[in-house]
Design a protein around this ligand. Structure first.
Ligand code: IMP
Length: 174
């Protein structure tokens, strides 16, 4: 980070924690008497997923996936797996846990991939959505915050690998 850059608090730690509890309550209610699998999209979602799972009062497992855009084709929507789930998800109730949906291209790829796995059900939970940036329609079943088109960092989100440790979400600016 250059010395001239500042980080403004955009969503406070308290607001995030309150919203995480609300989302967990919804999930607990929607999946009563069921077992669920949270699929955490690395790296950005690890903190959100860790906080969320500790509020889940259901039998729950966690799987990790990691996706990346092919080199040089970031805007083309061509995405590939760096890491896929380790177990069969056939017949499982799966919730994908994402940090932020921006253009929607990454999550669209993952949703399509998951929909071929004969799951009992599939839902998407994203902490953040930049609605104005969406290039394809995406249904987010559990959404934390609908935000403006700013580059945000903290609470798992990075800029150039940094700032994931911040307990709040900040705007990375001049
Ligand atoms: P999409 O495919 O354009 O929806 O991109 C989603 C991914 O881009 C997220 O999982 C993040 O890794 C990254 N991303 C998009 N916007 C931001 C941001 O404001 N801050 C940090 N990462 C972002």
């Amino acid at each position: 980070m250059s010395a001239s850059k500042t980080i403004g608090i955009f969503i406070s730690e308290e607001s995030i924690q309150k919203r995480v509890k609300e989302i967990a309550l919804e999930i607990n209610r929607d999946y009563q008497n069921k077992e669920i699998v949270l699929v955490c999209v690395l790296n950005g979602s690890f903190i959100f997923c860790a906080d969320l799972i500790r509020q889940i009062k259901l039998p729950v497992q966690v799987e990790m996936v990691s996706l990346s855009s092919y080199e040089g084709t970031q805007s083309s929507g061509e995405v590939c797996f760096r890491l896929d789930v380790k177990q069969s998800l056939v017949g499982k109730h799966v919730i994908i846990i994402e940090d932020i949906v921006d253009t929607g291209l990454t999550i669209s790829f993952l949703l399509k991939h998951m929909s071929l796995k004969n799951l009992a059900s599939l839902k998407l939970c994203s902490l953040l959505l930049k609605r104005a940036r969406l290039q394809i329609p995406i249904t987010i079943d559990y959404l934390g915050f609908d935000i403006e088109d700013n580059f945000v960092i903290g609470y798992g989100l990075d800029f150039d690998g940094r700032f994931r440790e911040l307990p709040y979400i900040g705007v990375y600016g001049e």
